[in-house]
Structure formats: C-alpha cells, structure tokens
Design a protein. Structure first.
Length: 306
C-alpha cells in the first residue's frame, strides 16, 4: 500500500522502516525535514513537505507524535491531512494521546470521508526496533481489521479494546501504573541501600519475587547502576500520560488517590530534572531526597539511633 508516516523520532523511524521492509511505499514527514529526507533515501520512500501532501499520496496515514493536540493540528490544521485525504482514507494514530482529543480529530476527519483508529504502543524504543511493540487499539471492527496487517508488521501483540479512544485510554492507564511502580521501586531500593543492602542484589531478588516488574527487569541494571540515566523516553511524556489518566478518572468519577499523589511527586521530579530529561531522571530525584546514590555494592547501615 501507499502509507504515509508522520513523526520519525525514536519510535517512528524504526516503525516506518519495518513497513518499508514489508514492501509498502512510504510517504514521510517529520518536523525535522532532514530526518525525513534521510530516511526516505534509505528506504526508497518519498519525503514530503506538509500533512496534506502526505494524505494525498496515501491510503493510510500513520502518526507517531507527542500528544493529541499535535495529532489534531496535523490532521485538521493549516495544510493538515483533511485537505488531502480522499474518501475511504484512514488515519492510524500510534501516539500517546488524550482520548477526548482523539474523538475530536476523528469527527473532523469524518467530514472528508476518512476514518481513524487509535493504536498507541508499549515496548519502548527497543520494541520499535525489534518489531515487538504491543498495540492497544480503539476503533470500529472494519477499520481495525484494515490496519491489522500493518500492526502485525510493527509489533508482536495487538489488543482491540473497543471503540475509538479506547486504545489511548488504555495507554495512559498502563503508563500511570508503570509510573507508580517505578517510583515505588526506586524508593524501596534507596531504603535498602541505606540499610546496608546491595541494590543490584535487591533488583535480582525483585526479578524473582512478587515485587518484580517490567521496570525492575529493564531499567536499574541497564541504566541506573551504571549512572547512564539514558532511557530515550522523556520524563515529561510520562508525566503527561499520568495527567491523562488522572483526568480520565475525574471524567468517570473514579477516585485515584495513589495516582493523584504520584502525579505531584512526578511533577517535582520533572521540575528538578528540567526540559528534555530522560524518564530515568526520576531515580536521580529520589536519590537526591536522601543523598543516597543507587550504586552497586553494600555499605554500612545508616540506621537512626533509638
């Protein structure tokens, strides 16, 4: 098929590459035109200048963008997709976005006879590179069936959760749960380190015990103990997803006291870390509260007298 792909960053570039390797003809756009041009040259695709041009050349347009407002602007704004989409075209949004903005974007696209599927991902940069992403999908059955072959090329698991917006709702809930687990794990490791435990061994225990998690398996040995703090996912984006989950809970009248407190703590970490910080910097913020670095090895216990 002729596939448009808009947003060629850490996630989008490898996803687009898998589609090209599967034989699809790609029409590419990124905020950085040089990025789109280089990838187009490497994949035998076409770099274009505007979303409208991408839409005019494509049967399906895939977006991987920072949030729902950016998606809405790309779709409905000046030189947006709606100016080039033909009746029957489809927008497949793999961004992490606000479900209510997704509904607004889809309503605007419907005016030109196009439909939309939301399919945000889990799996991080390595999952995109290895085509092992997990897709959380919202949309009508026919539309989801239409994009399923593309999702299967880019990922290892596809879950249709319901109507449009369902995928984005699941994504923010998933990341909210991940963020609370990340914070609790970092706090626990610091407490253990101060008691005299080796945090590297603690993570090994967690990975074999009930306190284990995806974060424990993929983050501390790989990015914290070596002091790299280099996860490509941005702390601000995690905070954004927590905020979407909290707002979703408010809209449904659902108490989420842990998420509400966690959101405040993540805001503090984001403020301390500054713009563009990796999500790994959350741990540095937790370390700073007690002045204890999570480096491997045991130390003398810092037990308070009494």
């Amino acid at each position: 098929m002729n596939i448009g792909f808009i947003g060629l960053g850490v996630m989008g570039a490898p996803m687009a590459t898998h589609l090209a390797q599967a034989g699809h003809r790609l029409h590419l756009l990124d905020a950085n035109a040089d990025v789109a041009a280089r990838l187009a040259a490497a994949l035998g695709g076409q770099a274009l200048r505007t979303p409208a041009e991408v839409a005019a050349a494509s049967e399906i347009v895939v977006t991987m963008l920072p949030d729902g407002e950016v998606v809405r602007q790309v779709a409905l704004g000046e030189q947006g997709l709606m100016l080039g989409l033909r009746p029957g075209a489809l927008l497949l949004d793999t961004s992490s976005a606000e479900p209510w903005l997704t509904q607004q974007t889809a309503a605007g696209l419907a005016a030109c006879g196009a439909t939309m599927v939301d399919a945000p991902v889990s799996g991080a940069a390595w999952g995109a590179q290895a085509a092992e992403l997990v897709f959380m999908v919202g949309g009508s059955e026919p539309d989801v069936a239409r994009v399923r072959p593309l999702l299967d090329v880019m990922g290892r698991s596809v879950h249709h959760l319901g109507g449009l917006g369902s995928g984005h709702a699941m994504k923010c809930i998933n990341n909210c749960i991940t963020s609370m687990t990340f914070l609790a794990t970092a706090e626990g490791l610091v407490a253990g380190k101060r008691y005299g435990l080796d945090p590297a061994v603690m993570v090994d225990v967690l990975n074999q015990s009930t306190g284990g998690s995806w974060v424990a398996q993929t983050h501390f040995h790989q990015r914290i103990f070596n002091r790299a703090f280099d996860d490509p996912f941005k702390l601000a984006l995690m905070l954004k997803d927590i905020g979407i989950a909290v707002q979703l809970a408010q809209q449904t009248g659902t108490p989420m006291p842990m998420a509400g407190l966690g959101q405040q703590l993540w805001r503090m970490a984001d403020h301390e870390a500054g713009a563009g910080a990796s999500v790994s910097e959350l741990v540095r913020w937790v370390e700073g509260l007690s002045g204890t670095e999570l480096t491997p090895g045991a130390q003398a216990p810092r037990v308070q007298p009494g």
